[in-house]
Design a protein. Structure first.
Length: 353
C-alpha cells in the first residue's frame, strides 16, 4: 500500500481532513470518541507526517490577498484590522509570504465592482475578505469557488462554498447583549431607539443581525415594556444626523439609544451638546472618539468586536489552510466584551494610548 495520507484517514473515519489534522496536532475541538477513532487509525496505518512536503511548502513563495474597506473620512474603524494584519505578517516574516492588498471605499459600490472584476485569481492562493455589498460580495465569493481560491471572512459573515472560515463576533448575540445592557434599570413604558448610520444597512449582514438580536431581547422579555424605534440615517452627514436625532428625541420619550456600528461618538456628541446626558447609550468599538466619551460618561457601554484580533486570526488561519491544509473551524467566534470607563485600560488599543 502507498503512503497513507490525511485524506485517506479522513475518508476511512468519515470525518473532515481538518478534524484529522486537529487530532494529529492536538489542537482540541474534537470529541473524545472521534479523537480515539482517528488515533487508532493513525497507529494502524503507521501514519508519519510528510516532513519533506512541509519543508518544500515553507521554501516557496506564498501569495495571499486581503480585500477590505479602506479608511475614508471618519471610518477609522478600519485602521484596527490593519494592525492585526501587520502582526500576522510579522509572525510570518520568514515564511515567504507575499500579501496582495486590495482596498475599497465602503460607500462606493462601483469601486468594489471594479476591484473584484480585475482580481488576480491566477496569482492569489487564498483570500482574507471583509465583505460589505452583499449582492456583489456573494457573486465574488461564487467566483472564488470556481477559481478554487479559499476564503476566510472577518467582520461580517456570508454563506458561500468558497468560505472556509469566519472570524468575528456573533452579531445576533451582541445585539441581544446590547439590549440587556440598555434595559437594566430603565423605567417601563419609555422609548428605546436603534440608530443605523450605515449608508445602507442591507449592505452589511452583521448590522442586520445586530438589530435582529436587539429586537429579539425585547420580544422575549415579557416584563420589558419598551417602545422600539428604528432610525436609518443612510450615511447622513453630521448636520443631518443631529437634525434627525433632534426630531426623534423631541417627539419621543427616549431613554436609551443603541448604535449598531462604531460611530457611536457622533450620537454621544449630540447628547452632550443638547444636555441629554441621562439617555443610556450603547455602541461598538474602541475608536478614539468613543474612548473619549466613554471616559467622560457620555457613552455607557461599548461592545468590542476585537477587529485587530479578527484580522490577525483570519490571516493566520488562511496561511495554515493554504500552506499546511489545516482546515480552520467554520466559525471562529470572538468573545463579546463589555467595556466601561472602569475597565477601559485593559482593552484600549496600544496605538491609541
Amino acid at each position: 500500500m502507498s503512503k497513507i495520507r490525511i485524506k485517506d484517514i479522513a475518508e476511512i473515519a468519515n470525518v473532515s481532513m481538518g478534524t484529522v489534522d486537529r487530532v494529529i496536532h492536538d489542537r482540541g475541538e474534537v470529541s473524545p470518541a472521534t479523537r480515539e477513532k482517528i488515533q487508532n487509525l493513525l497507529r494502524e496505518f503507521d501514519y508519519k507526517p510528510d516532513i519533506a512536503a512541509r519543508s518544500l511548502a515553507l521554501k516557496r513563495d506564498i501569495h495571499l490577498a486581503v480585500l477590505m474597506p479602506k479608511v475614508v473620512n471618519d471610518h477609522t474603524f478600519w485602521e484596527l484590522p490593519q494592525l492585526g494584519i501587520q502582526r500576522a505578517l510579522e509572525a510570518l516574516d520568514h515564511e515567504h509570504v507575499t500579501l496582495h492588498r486590495f482596498y475599497f471605499d465602503q460607500m462606493n459600490r462601483e469601486e468594489f465592482r471594479a476591484i473584484v472584476e480585475l482580481f488576480p485569481f491566477d496569482t492569489v492562493e487564498g483570500l482574507l475578505f471583509a465583505p460589505v455589498f452583499q449582492e456583489e460580495s456573494s457573486a465574488f465569493l461564487e467566483r472564488c469557488a470556481l477559481e478554487q481560491v479559499p476564503v476566510v471572512l472577518f467582520n461580517s459573515w456570508l454563506d458561500a462554498p468558497s468560505v472556509k472560515s469566519f472570524v468575528g463576533q456573533n452579531a445576533y448575540q451582541s445585539g441581544y447583549v446590547a439590549a440587556r445592557l440598555i434595559d437594566y434599570g430603565l423605567e417601563e413604558g419609555r422609548d428605546v431607539a436603534i440608530v443605523n448610520m450605515s449608508a445602507r444597512k442591507d449592505h452589511y449582514a452583521h448590522i442586520i443581525e445586530r438589530e435582529k438580536g436587539f429586537r429579539a431581547y425585547f420580544d422575549h422579555c415579557t416584563d420589558c415594556r419598551k417602545h422600539l424605534i428604528s432610525i436609518d440615517l443612510n450615511g447622513a452627514d453630521d448636520e443631518s444626523l443631529r437634525e434627525e436625532l433632534r426630531k426623534i428625541c423631541t417627539s419621543h420619550d427616549i431613554a436609551g439609544l443603541f448604535v449598531t456600528n462604531s460611530r457611536v461618538y457622533k450620537v454621544a456628541r449630540f447628547l452632550a451638546e443638547t444636555g441629554r446626558d441621562r439617555v443610556r447609550l450603547v455602541g461598538y468599538d474602541l475608536l478614539p472618539g468613543n474612548i473619549d466619551f466613554l471616559k467622560q460618561g457620555g457613552i455607557d457601554f461599548l461592545l468590542s468586536q476585537k477587529p485587530e484580533e479578527q484580522a490577525f486570526q483570519g490571516l493566520s488561519s488562511l496561511y495554515n489552510l493554504v500552506v499546511f491544509k489545516r482546515e480552520p473551524s467554520p466559525k471562529q467566534w470572538l468573545p463579546i466584551d463589555i467595556i466601561t470607563s472602569e475597565n477601559l485600560e485593559y482593552y484600549q488599543p496600544k496605538s491609541y494610548n
